[in-house]
Design a protein around this ligand. Structure first.
Ligand code: GLU
Length: 448
């Protein structure tokens, strides 16, 4: 059974970088008929907040990334404590009494000697008396995992064969002095307990994976399959910081982006497949190919998202937007309106302006030289009902009688009727207006 998880810390809102990881986890699970777990990595109870938890759930659901199960690390401290006891009993966890400053100094010295800043395992040679003395001083130990100095190798679904040497890694701290497990321990225990088959995450975790593999073994369990994905960078190649406000899903939603534009784009970034408009998340899932991702660094460009958003709206069926459109402009909105204006939208909310143009007030733009021509147009305006052919018949007649052609014929009409130089196709737009409205706009006394 395929089971993936998305494991955010509820210390901020999700942005395009971490939602891309969530999306690939979701797509991979769904593609294989598997399960998708949402796990809150909230062992840091000082920084984790309920409001961020709620925000993360809201963002995932808005994008359609439903989860089959939710887990909270903060509710599993007993389990981590049991593992701590097991690791101590099997000689894989040892207490360390260094202070933060002491460790920083050791690192500085090693670096100044041109050596890698590895922990020197000094705590392993402390005598029971020395430990007792530290504790009598009130110092609580933090706990490190004793890595085996052996090769660590795995086949990464994204990176192929990966190889580390245990002796080139620092023994990782698994429990802080206050007894709280760090992410690495809790994550491995949870991945095992929840039966995670594939750990799909950013490639900033590759080094963690090396020690996590030994930790799985120490707990007595085979490690999951790992798929490390290159992290998104911005359009200029700069790093996206972990929680980038302007690229948060919440702010993109508030700006008016369609959720499908975000998922369609993010599913293709960093893959060999083209970025194309998709109608719904099911289509994204149907076209998902987990073998298409490359090791190249994917770039996120807001302009590309904007462009895709527009292209998606341009072909979106009325049924898919009806409810939201009604909420924006009112219950009278119909398919004819939608079909007329959708080619001109970047965001759905742009429809509001066109609705006002079609049904409400417009300030006609009329040049003095066109006044006679527009009077003529008003006089020859065909009676309603109007359809897609009305515009052609009307303007053909006007052309025959006035000799005007092309821009000289069409632009004054468009500017009078819409108050703008460009916009939706006039043959589709005209039938949205009433005879009365059109006459008024053609014969307006006060010109805008
Ligand atoms: N909470 C971790 C993070 O946000 C999860 C990493 C993982 O997927 O294991 O980086």
């Amino acid at each position: 059974m395929i089971k993936t998880r998305f494991a955010p810390s509820p210390t901020g809102r999700l942005h395009v970088g971490n939602i891309r990881i969530a999306l690939i986890n979701w797509l991979f699970a769904k593609k294989h008929g598997g399960h998708f777990l949402l796990r809150f990595d909230d062992t840091d109870t000082d920084r984790s907040e309920k409001v961020f938890e709620d925000g993360i759930v809201q963002d995932l659901l808005w994008l359609g990334l439903t989860f089959d199960e939710t887990a909270y690390q903060s509710r599993r401290f007993d389990r981590y404590e049991a593992i701590r006891q097991h690791l101590i009993a099997t000689g894989r966890l040892y207490p360390c009494y260094e202070t933060g400053e002491g460790l920083a100094l050791k690192r500085k010295i090693l670096l100044s000697q041109g050596k890698p800043p590895l922990y020197d395992r000094a705590a392993l040679s402390l005598t029971p008396d020395q430990k007792a003395a530290f504790e009598a001083e009130g110092r609580q130990p933090h706990w490190r995992f004793l890595l085996n100095h052996t090769p660590i190798a795995w086949h990464d679904k994204g990176r192929g064969p990966v190889h580390f040497e245990g002796q080139h890694l620092s023994d990782p701290v698994l429990f802080r002095a206050n007894g709280v497990p760090v992410y690495s321990l809790a994550s491995v225990v949870d991945d095992i307990d929840f039966g995670i088959s594939h750990v799909i995450r950013g490639e900033d975790h590759v080094v963690n994976t090396a020690s996590q593999i030994q930790l799985c073994e120490a707990i007595g369990h085979a490690h999951p399959t790992y798929w490390h994905i290159p992290l998104l960078v911005d359009a200029k190649g700069g790093e996206l910081s972990k929680r980038l406000g302007s690229l948060s899903i919440a702010s993109l939603r508030d700006e008016g982006f369609e959720s499908i534009a975000i998922t369609a784009l993010l599913s293709r970034l960093g893959s060999s497949l083209p970025i194309v408009p998709m109608e719904c998340l099911d289509a994204v899932l149907g076209a998902f190919d987990d073998t298409a991702y490359s090791r190249a660094t994917p770039r996120f460009d807001s302009d590309e998202l904007r462009h895709l958003n527009a292209r998606i709206l341009h072909t979106m069926p009325f049924d898919a937007v009806k409810d939201r459109l009604m909420a924006l402009v009112g219950p009278d909105v119909d398919e004819a309106f939608w079909l007329a204006v959708r080619p001109n939208l970047v965001f759905l909310s742009d429809a509001v302006g066109w609705w006002t143009m079609a049904r409400g007030e417009v300030t006609p733009l009329v040049a003095e030289d066109d006044r006679e021509f527009l009077k003529n147009a008003a006089a020859t305006l065909p009676p309603q009902p109007w359809d897609h052919n009305t515009w052609g018949t009307w303007t053909k007649g006007l052309s025959d009688t006035t000799g005007r052609k092309g821009k000289a014929l069409f632009l004054p009409l468009r500017r009078a009727l819409t108050g703008q130089d460009s916009g939706p196709d006039m043959p589709a737009l005209l039938p949205l207006m009433t005879h009365h409205q059109v006459r008024d706009r053609l014969l307006v006394e006060k010109y805008g």
